[in-house]
Write a protein that binds this ligand. Structure first.
Ligand code: GLN
Length: 276
């Protein structure tokens, strides 16, 4: 099939799909991914004969509402590109701010814990941004750790980022502690609001990575309490939150051994990240 015709067919299918805002752009991404070429290269390939099967399969998944990142199998995060798919939360742009703050906070050769690592995007980018740093990337979901492991291997970080399957501080062996920094993008959506998520999020992304329990703070509070036993004296926690209203609750909590230091806005002007 000629690439030009295949692209038209993909655009036609995606034009009728809810949530697809730019069918032509998505068609180019799907084709570039299938053919293993940059998008700019496609322009001159219109007359070339290509096999349509993989591209049409990807298009069919997208047409059923699956997030584009899962269909393509990758998501950009800071200056890197992470492998993603069903089982891990798709990295969000707000979280780039969290990772950058973590990199500014962690000194060279610092030791960090990325609690709830998901795809591993925070742990891997942090290790790559801070010379000689080492960290533990923990997640309760084996399905997420599979993606984190792929990314750790992809960026050759297996000697600096250790993956741990676990859901609490107890899963971190004593000899890995203390950490200079605990960084986390915990599940923080209030259980009572889970029903309001976009269909493509709620039908496809792991609820374990999203549902923060009552008020969305049950899990964040548990993790803040757990972090106390893992940090060195003077160590810090950086945690992403749902925003100003949730940070106001978290910053007012009394947690023994931890004091609130301040907060940071994300790139959209939302007070997003708390520092303890
Ligand atoms: N920011 C994500 C969303 O709105 C939620 C991520 C999280 O709970 N950590 O879908």
């Amino acid at each position: 099939m000629k690439l030009r015709d295949l692209k038209q067919e993909i655009i036609k299918t995606l034009s009728g799909t809810d949530g697809v805002l730019r069918p032509s752009w998505e068609a180019s991404l799907i084709l570039a991914t299938c053919l293993g070429v940059g998008r700019e290269k496609l322009v001159s390939m219109g007359e070339e004969d290509v096999s349509p099967h993989v591209a049409l399969e990807m298009t069919a998944r997208r047409a059923k509402g699956e997030p584009l990142a899962y269909v393509l199998g990758t998501m950009d995060f800071l200056q890197w590109n992470f492998l993603v798919g069903p089982g891990c939360l798709i990295p969000r742009p707000e979280t780039e701010v969290l990772a950058s703050l973590a990199a500014e906070t962690l000194g060279p050769r610092g030791r960090f814990l990325d609690w709830g690592t998901g795809s591993g995007c925070i742990a891997c980018s942090l290790a790559m941004m801070v010379d000689g740093s080492q960290g533990v990337a923990m997640d309760a979901s084996p399905g997420a750790l599979k993606w984190a492991w792929r990314n750790v291997q992809r960026y050759r970080l297996s000697n600096r980022v250790l993956l741990v399957h676990g859901s609490s501080a107890h899963f971190i062996s004593q000899d890995l502690t203390p950490f200079d920094l605990v960084v986390a993008n915990p599940p923080y959506i209030p259980s009572e609001h889970m029903g309001e998520l976009d269909g493509s999020v709620s039908r496809f992304e792991p609820h374990l990575a999203l549902n923060g329990g009552d008020g969305g703070i049950q899990v964040p509070v548990e993790w803040l309490r757990g972090a106390v036993r893992l940090l060195r004296a003077g160590g810090q926690v950086l945690m992403e939150t749902a925003g100003d209203w949730q940070l106001s609750i978290l910053e007012a909590l009394e947690i023994e051994g931890l004091s609130f230091v301040g907060s940071h806005q994300d790139q959209f002007g939302v007070r997003r990240v708390g520092r303890w």
